[in-house]
Ligand binder design. Structure first.
Ligand SMILES: [Zn+2]
Length: 413
């Protein structure tokens, strides 16, 4: 075969792959959808769409789920993406627990497991716990091994994007240089992809949550740390070394407390839930009266963010005041993000959601007062409704994306 002929065939295959992926992605994002609507949305001819649909249906990648109501003529069939074509495993490793899921290609959680651990526990124990949790869920699901396409891990820290080994976490310093990729591959013979929790959660919001259909979104993960995932032109922006979005470590008070990163006066050191709990504890120790004293009884170390939110809702002055201060500080940080990045939507997720009705008031007061008018008017601030699942579900998205890019193309060839 001469070179011209070969390159023509290659070009035709690429075009076919592109068209097949276009139809598949359209069915995935807009289904259940009729053939007629697919033609309209893709701009492909009816004959092309028809042949691609027969192909995808034969592969079992899509399912015929009904017929369109017709006012005359032959009714058009309606198709849906077969979200149970393959399955993924997602793991979220936070400071105190491992959350593991088995989910399908639409990010729907089918099986779920939470394993708490003590912060002082060594990493070997926690890694074994993660392996156990994955093993148990695979067995419990009864799904054959060859139907799994990979394991996603979202971690509460940074990693080296070149080899996906962890860098020492600010909160779990001894966790540096762990390769989940090789540990999990050796055990389960499945590809593994590492992300940080805020980035994974931002992907989950973009695909399934409040970021769907929006090109420029910021997801703020506000809990004992402050992280951010940036969706820029529909794609995750990670920066040159994968550490973009460390919004918690911008200095806001040079006389402020020391941060877990070693710097002084970072936003995280004054506006995280951990900072708020410490603030409330200090005030209780100083003898400030509050219902929190009754809630924790004898052990002030039991004080958590949920208790502070519950007390603030009961108009407890101390609780209300620390939440108000957290909101003002976060508001200052959010003003910087609005002015700097001009996002369309900012999604607030993580433990902060427990305080949403209270904390939105000081946040919005500061934003109204300080952000530049034009970007402010175009930014919507909302609270995530994915709960603590966002990072775990999002950890599987890179696996699904790679599956479509590589495996589906192989099926088409
Ligand atoms: Zn810091």
């Amino acid at each position: 075969m001469n070179n011209n002929k070969q390159s023509t065939i290659k070009g035709q295959t690429l075009l076919r792959q592109r068209n097949v992926l276009l139809v598949l992605n359209t069915i995935n994002s807009s289904g259940p959808i009729s053939k007629r609507e697919i033609v309209y949305l893709t701009g492909l001819s009816f004959a092309k769409v028809n042949s691609i649909i027969i192909f995808l249906n034969n592969l079992n990648l899509i399912l015929e789920v009904g017929k369109e109501k017709s006012s005359g003529g032959r009714p058009s069939s309606i198709f849906e993406f077969n979200s149970n074509f393959r399955y993924t495993i997602g793991c979220q490793l936070s400071h105190t627990q491992i959350h593991t899921i088995v989910s399908n290609l639409k990010g729907e959680i089918l099986f779920n497991d939470i394993k708490p651990f003590d912060k002082s526990t060594g990493k070997e124990f926690v890694i074994d716990l993660m392996i156990d949790s994955i093993d148990n869920l695979i067995n419990l699901s009864g799904i054959p091994h060859d139907k799994f396409i990979g394991i996603g891990v979202a971690i509460a820290g940074l990693f080296n994007p070149k080899d996906e080994t962890t860098l020492p976490f600010p909160h779990l310093v001894s966790w540096g240089n762990v390769s989940f990729k090789s540990i999990l591959y050796n055990k389960f013979k499945l590809p593994c992809y590492v992300n940080n929790i805020a980035n994974a959660a931002a992907l989950a919001e973009r695909n399934y949550g409040l970021g769907k259909g929006i090109e420029n979104v910021l997801y703020l993960n506000i809990g004992s740390g402050l992280g951010m995932g940036i969706i820029f032109n529909g794609k995750l922006y990670e920066g040159v070394s994968g550490t973009a979005g460390e919004f918690g470590h911008i200095t806001v008070d040079e006389n402020g407390p020391i941060c877990a990163c070693g710097n002084v006066g970072c936003l995280e050191a004054i506006a995280s839930t951990k900072a708020v709990i410490n603030d409330a504890k200090d005030r209780l120790k100083q003898g400030v009266l509050s219902v929190l004293s009754n809630m924790v009884k004898d052990n002030i170390n039991d004080l958590d963010f949920k208790m502070i939110c519950a007390a603030a809702i009961q108009s407890d002055k101390l609780a209300f005041s620390v939440i108000d201060k957290m909101g003002q500080n976060l508001g200052e940080g959010i003003v910087t993000l609005i002015n700097l990045l001009n996002p369309e939507r900012i999604i607030l997720g993580g433990k902060i959601v427990d305080a949403k009705n209270l904390i939105i008031i000081p946040i919005m007061n500061i934003v109204q007062k300080r952000a530049l008018e034009i970007p402010r008017r175009n930014t919507e601030i909302v609270f995530s409704n994915m709960g603590s699942n966002a990072g775990t579900v999002g950890s599987t998205i890179p696996i699904i994306e790679r599956f479509f890019e590589n495996e589906v193309n192989k099926l088409i060839e």
